[in-house]
Design a protein around this ligand. Sequence first.
Ligand code: ADP
Length: 295
Amino acid sequence: MQLPTVHPVLRDATTAGAAPDPEPAVVAVGLVKTYGTGQAAVRALDGVSAEFAGGRFTAIMGPSGSGKSTLLHCLAGLDTVDEGQVLVGGTDLAGLSDKRLTALRRSTIGMVFQAFNLLPTLTAAENIELPLRIAGRRAEPDWFGRVVAALDLGDRLHHRPSELSGGQQQRVAIARALVTSPVVVFADEPTGNLDSRSGGELLAFLRHSVAELGQTIVMVTHDPVAAAHADRVLFLADGRLAGELRAPTVDTILDRLKRLEPGGAPRGAPAEATGALDTGALNGERPARAGRRDG
Ligand code: ADP
């Protein structure tokens, strides 16, 4: 039997026989990232492969230290990998000079962080337009209007950040990420600075921008309520993929997380018992019997 010659990839596919998924917006193949050297070395990513289909909302979860932020930063070109490939919109990040990587990140990647990072002296509209201005461009009025409408910021555009609530400020930060029509928006704990009500509203807006604008979103979160807004949750443990959930709910996420924490279900337990996927195959190890996993 032919064994796979590439890292098997955790595909963003629906159940077998369903209509094919959209082209992947982001592809990660065999990502390895080590911090430090010698005895102090930490393998933050240990062979992670995954695809993120366009127009979908994916959450990345896992215990603290499992490599979530490292993965997000490597996918966004904010950090480099030691091994493996990241493709965003079909472009291999590793092949780019610093200058071209910066240009690509500006045009194809949107970032949202826990901190809103708005400029206090600029209005909401000016903050939203800032990345385009830096690139010497102006917002395309129709798109700007759709983004502002999707985030319900129409009556806040002339306010400065100090005149906005936390939730409104984060919506401005999301609009700023969306306004360049990026291939993907990466969000790192976007609700981390918000109370639960504003956080819930913000997640509904993120969901809405996926549905209304076809935006691809990849979000790191430790919050099962936040992750339950996604179409799909990928779980990391010890720098490796440890399964996924489609159409997640808070309960199914909590159940899966419990198994990933130290003292949870044994990592080698059968997939039927744990609901987990074949993590060995997902992480690039040769499956004992199966051929290529095509999702
Ligand atoms: P998570 O986001 O899941 O909490 P991280 O990606 O932040 O996990 O970290 C994964 C592992 O890599 C952890 O053991 C962490 O201590 C280590 N790590 C992350 N960033 C650095 C760094 N800049 N220098 C050294 N070790 C790091």
